[in-house]
Design a protein around this ligand. Structure first.
Ligand code: ZN
Length: 467
């Protein structure tokens, strides 16, 4: 190539890059100026009226909402009434069968054999889905496992007839608490099965939490069909440390457990679905949602009453502010996320059978702390387009939009261009998660309402601009 041709080639490349940058900046600037007023009206309304936070108090007053429970039914009715008050275009209940696990009344653990601490109580709670102890105490020597991975090297002759004590702590070296949770939660989910294979008679699991207190944090456990089902409980972290220290001094200490949780036949529950029909492209749907069920501890305020309400309020804010979306915005409150995901499966099947076109789905299920970003499962170009909206979203404290896992409830929707998970700050979420700590008072109204504004704005931008 001659040097002149090379020179022109370089110039052309330079012009092309400059044009692309110019276009990008221009389209971002255009979008920003087009939606600045709307952005401010959403934020102003959300922060001054704090409607969602008031609704949260009502929902929390019902109590925790485990699938199939009376409280879960009351919460479903509450949500239907809310959508009717908002004057949504449609409100309906989607039936779905859900498991019905009941905690029962008896829930005790004591140190039954020890020179120093005999009869001392331990703070435990049955894990979701656990079998009970058949109206008797299960008593045995304690076998401590400090890391779930250590199970591979254990000799069954040392473990038969013992109570396994999984004591892997929440790894504080992760700055993202969801990663720490993901690592430590293995022992809670798979501990019973692995222990039963090694001849254990019951399992005690250190609570998977970032908080140092003595409140047990529950959650689901998993039994495979081929393995004997043994009872599983969680223990407060202070008592977990106490037990671990005791075993150093008295390796032959025994504990005794009694729990009477049980599983009843499946019952009918519902996803609650409401929408505002789009006025130009009504067949194109943007889902916003979260799960209305919770564990039977605290009132499930952060997980996930408040996140659910953020998505109900999206419809309320659009209506109140007179923002008529081009595309349909549909709120789905899923049932049974915590112990079966049956609601998510049902909605996924329904949308596939009806060949509905979902442009995007936004889930809120990481608590309602100060907004940070949105994780997006989508093609790079779509994420790029959404990033152009950041100058607007930053007004709600959203700093980033990046590729990442969105959420369990929207995972079953097929053919969606973007699955999006709202990501508030994560440092405190696991202090409360699945425990009596998860109450209304943990929710900061400003943080919650900023998150609501972020989700409303994003849903509205997708509706108006497409993806
Ligand atoms: Zn949740």
């Amino acid at each position: 190539m001659s040097s002149i041709k090379f020179f022109f080639l370089l110039i052309s490349i330079f012009v092309l890059i400059a044009t692309l940058i110019f276009n990008y900046q221009n389209s971002s600037k255009n979008i920003t100026s087009k939606y600045t007023n709307i952005t401010h009206s959403i934020i102003d309304y959300s922060l001054t009226e704090k409607v969602g936070h008031k609704w949260l108090k009502e929902l929390c007053a019902i109590g925790p909402r485990l699938s199939g429970s009376v409280e879960s039914e009351l919460a479903i009715n509450w949500a239907v009434n809310k959508f009717k008050e908002i004057n949504c275009d449609t409100v309906w209940l989607q039936p779905v069968m859900v498991p019905r696990w009941v905690r029962g009344i008896k829930e005790s653990a004591i140190i039954s054999k020890s020179q120093k601490f005999a009869e001392r109580k331990l703070n435990i709670a049955s894990l979701g889905g656990s079998v009970g102890t058949d109206s008797k105490n299960v008593t045995g020597q304690v076998f401590e496992i400090k890391k779930f991975g250590d199970l591979k090297n254990i000799d069954i002759s040392k473990t038969k007839g013992k109570i396994f004590f999984f004591n892997e702590p929440f790894d504080e070296t992760f700055s993202n608490t969801f990663e720490a949770y993901g690592k430590a939660v293995q022992q809670r989910v798979y501990g019973v099965d692995e222990a039963a294979k090694l001849g254990a008679i019951a399992v005690v699991v250190r609570s998977v939490t970032s908080k140092y207190d003595n409140i047990p944090h529950v959650g689901t456990l998993f039994y495979s069909d081929s393995v004997k089902r043994i009872p599983g409980v969680s223990i407060g972290v202070e008592d977990a440390d106490f037990l671990s220290n005791l075993l150093k001094e008295e390796p032959f200490a025994e504990i005794s457990l009694e729990i009477d949780c049980h599983t009843l036949p499946d019952v009918e529950s519902y996803n609650v679905i409401a929408e505002i029909r789009g006025n130009e492209l009504p067949e194109e749907i943007i889902v916003v949602g979260g799960h209305l069920d919770s564990w039977d501890k605290g009132c499930g305020a952060q997980d996930a009453a408040a996140p659910c309400i953020q998505t109900i309020e999206v419809l309320h804010q659009l209506k109140t502010l007179g923002l008529h979306p081009k595309r349909t915005i549909r709120c789905v409150l899923f049932t049974n996320e915590e112990n079966g995901l049956k609601g998510a499966m049902k909605y996924g099947e329904y949308s596939a059978v009806h060949k509905e076109k979902h442009v995007a789905a936004i889930e809120s299920d990481r608590g309602v702390f100060e907004p940070r970003g949105f994780y997006v499962e989508a093609e790079t170009e779509i994420i790029g387009k959404m990033e152009e909206w950041l100058p607007l979203l930053m007004e709600t404290k959203i700093d980033w939009i990046k590729k990442g896992g969105s959420g369990a409830d929207i995972s079953r929707i097929k053919g969606t261009s973007a699955k999006i998970g709202f990501a508030p700050d994560d440092q405190k979420y696991f202090d409360y998660h699945h425990s009596d700590n998860d109450i209304f008072e943990t929710v900061n109204p400003r943080e919650m309402q900023l998150g609501t504004a972020a989700i409303t704005l994003l849903a509205y931008l997708i509706s108006e601009e497409g993806l």
